[in-house]
Design a protein around this ligand. Structure first.
Ligand SMILES: Nc1ncnc2c1ncn2[C@@H]1O[C@H](COP(=O)(O)OP(=O)(O)OP(=O)(O)O)[C@@H](O)[C@H]1O
Ligand SMILES: [Mg+2]
Length: 660
């Protein structure tokens, strides 16, 4: 602002100076003009008067009675229009003869010559004294028409043979003297006057009146008197606008001011725009800086050209440290692989967008951590691909949580399995009782037979031992079924026939069913479908659902109606549905609402984990678990639990199933 004021001030001063200079130059030029006119007029006037003085002197040499005198006078009066009257005087100053310019009224027609002769007499006296022509002072001669004229006389003494003979007097009309002193051009612009000492005008010539601004005076000294010549220019002080030069300078100044003003406005607008831009930039920077996801820009060579604070904090390197040929956050063991990947991407014809790929970075302290990167090509305003912009998410915490929950899930499942087994232990002991009792009785029988050894006992003994072996094997099978169920821990997905899955849980289901006398029915289609699943988990689901069904029928269901059906159907090319159907009392709506809530149970010894685990497992396989009353049953009763598992692909089934 100060600078602008200063600039405008300086400009103002410079412009005023320029205008003043132009004005003063103009006035100087005018004054010079007037001076020149005055000087020229003075010189000219003096020359004219001198010439006419010589001509009058020539007249004086002629004798008074010379007959040629009159014609010489007439001739002179004709040649010199400013000479209005010529007279001869005798030594006593009495006019003896005179002539006026032809075609004019006589100069002294209105007033007698003797009344106007005082100045002339004085001049003649002086001429007589000095024996040389003398001019008189000017005097006013009234004219018959009421006007008048300022007249000046020249008195030339006439000497003949050294003696005073008289005088020749010429009367000049002062206004006529001025005629012809200026060129027509000058007389249009300037007034030429003869003035008295006090400034009164005696005669004037020229067109316009003088304005009194540019004035020049010259004194023309003549013998006996002097004439003050004044030139006065008609133009006043230079007025600003009409003068072309000044108008031009003024116009330019105004234009200059306008330009400066426009410039100032432009600069102001620019400053406002700049400020707005800076603010927008600051906001964007603040936004970038407060972002908690890492942002990274890379050029085509793979060098990091920008990294926001979140990214720098994530990897622990400063912005300078990141500007290297190869990023310092590449773990050395993977650097080769990353380099190859980068080369492949750089050589790709069209830059591709990459969504959420996972990789491993290294912090400055050497710690490796998983990140998920979303990357998009950086395209400049001209449409050229200049690099890559990526969002980098540190997923180490997420991975840790996932790992933890997987562990917990596993542990929960294991304990659920153990709980199941614990519950089954009592059933098992009951189950084992039979083979063990059989073994015991066969053993004691065998011992008895051993006490009386003869040929007949031999085959009996053999039979008894065979029975013992059979029963022992049966007991072993029971124990093994439980054992293998508990021990199986591998978590691999495999393609497996649904019949094998059912067979895997059947001994345990039967074990459970035996106590309440429940019949187990297995309903498999002719072409047994195969599924892709984690065998242990799926068996656990089947077992849980079967146990729930059996338990539901233990109380209110009549003994002959206690049937549990395990059904398998291929309901969709990609899905196989398992159903576990009971004849129990069904599920009340308030129970149904909480069925899958962990630890919800209606049984005294139940843990309430069974169904929630089942659903987790099925959903992990991509399938779904639901339940409902058994459709089409009259009277209504029982519950059907259904779940789906992904079917093995046809090709796979054919490969591994030679019968299809
Ligand atoms: N087929 C069914 N018919 C009726 N009610 C059922 C059936 N299956 C489950 N329920 C109800 O759902 C509840 C929860 O079953 P869930 O299997 O989750 O737990 P639980 O069987 O009580 O205990 P556990 O953890 O030992 O399995 C059961 O207590 C029972 O009331
Ligand atoms: Mg249960």
């Amino acid at each position: 602002m100060v600078l602008w004021t200063l600039l405008l001030g300086l400009l103002g001063v410079a412009q005023s100076l320029l205008v003043a200079l132009t004005v003063s130059y103009e006035s100087g030029r005018m004054q010079d003009d007037v001076d020149a006119i005055a000087a020229e007029a003075a010189v000219q006037l003096r020359r004219e008067l001198q010439q006419s003085m010589q001509q009058l002197q020539a007249l004086s040499w002629a004798a008074p009675d010379d007959p040629d005198w009159r014609s010489a006078v007439a001739d002179l009066l004709r040649r010199r229009p400013e000479l209005l009257h010529i007279e001869r005087r005798n030594a006593a100053q009495r006019p003896t003869d005179g002539a006026d310019t032809a075609g004019r009224r006589p100069l002294f027609g209105a007033m007698p010559r003797s009344d106007l002769s005082m100045d002339t007499d004085l001049a003649c006296l002086a001429a007589q004294r000095q024996a040389a022509p003398q001019f008189s002072r000017s005097y006013f001669v009234p004219q018959p028409d009421g006007s008048g004229m300022e007249v000046m006389d020249l008195c030339v003494p006439v000497l003949q043979a050294g003696r005073e003979q008289g005088f020749v007097v010429g009367s000049y009309g002062l206004p006529l003297l001025l005629d012809g002193l200026m060129t027509p051009g000058q007389s249009r612009r300037t007034e030429l006057t003869i003035v008295e000492g006090d400034g009164a005008r005696l005669a004037r010539a020229g067109g316009p009146r003088g304005a009194g601004v540019y004035v020049a005076e010259r004194l023309v000294d003549l013998p006996g008197t002097s004439i003050r010549l004044r030139a006065d220019s008609a133009s006043g002080r230079p007025s600003l606008i009409p003068n072309l030069t000044i108008a031009l300078v003024l116009g330019l100044s105004i234009a200059l001011f306008a330009v400066v003003l426009m410039l100032a406005r432009d600069v102001r607008r620019r400053a406002i725009a700049e400020r707005a831009l800076a603010e927008a930039l600051a906001v964007r920077k603040a936004m970038e800086d407060s972002l908690i996801t890492g942002l990274r820009a890379r050029n085509l060579a793979g060098e990091v050209t920008y990294a926001n604070p979140a990214f720098r904090q994530m990897v622990g390197f400063s912005a300078e440290e990141l500007q290297q040929k190869e990023p310092p956050y590449w773990p050395p063991e993977h650097a080769e692989l990353y380099r190859q990947r980068q080369d492949v991407r750089r050589q790709a014809e069209t830059p591709a967008q990459r969504e959420g790929y996972e990789t491993v970075f290294m912090r400055k302290n050497g710690e490796r951590f998983p990140v998920v990167i979303y990357e998009a090509p950086l395209i400049d305003p001209r449409g050229r691909h200049t690099g890559w912009m990526s969002t980098v998410l540190d997923v180490s915490a997420q991975r840790r949580v996932e790992e933890l929950s997987r562990h917990q899930q596993e542990r929960l499942q294991a304990s659920a399995r153990l709980a199941t087994v614990g519950e089954m232990a009592s059933l098992m002991s009951h189950e084992l009782n039979q083979p063990l009792a059989a073994i015991a009785s066969y053993a004691s029988g065998s011992l008895n037979l051993l006490d009386r050894p003869d040929e007949q006992t031999q085959p009996l003994l053999r039979q008894a031992v065979e029975r013992i072996a059979e029963q022992a094997e049966r007991a072993g099978r029971i124990i093994k079924s439980v054992h293998s169920f508990v021990r199986r821990r591998d978590q691999q997905r495999e393609t497996i026939g649904t019949d094998l899955l059912i067979d895997g849980v059947l001994p345990l289901v039967r074990l459970q069913a035996r106590k309440s006398g429940t019949r187990i029915e297995v309903d498999l289609p002719e072409r047994v479908p195969r599924v892709v699943c984690d065998r242990t988990m799926t068996e656990q689901v089947l077992l849980n659902l079967s146990r729930n069904g059996i338990q539901a029928m233990e109380q209110d269901t009549p003994a002959d109606a206690r049937v549990l059906t395990l059904r398998v159907r291929q309901t969709h090319p990609q899905w196989v549905t398992f159903s576990v159907i009971d004849h129990g009392p069904g599920i009340a709506p308030e129970v149904a609402r909480q069925l899958f809530t962990p630890f919800f149970t209606t049984r005294a010894e139940g843990m309430g984990l069974g169904l929630s685990l089942c659903r987790t497992v099925i959903e992990q396989h991509g399938g779904a678990l639901d339940f409902g009353p058994v459709p089409g049953r009259v009277p209504p009763g029982g519950t059907e639990f259904r779940f789906t598992l992904p079917a093995a692909r046809q090709a796979e089934s054919r490969e591994t199933a030679p019968d299809t």
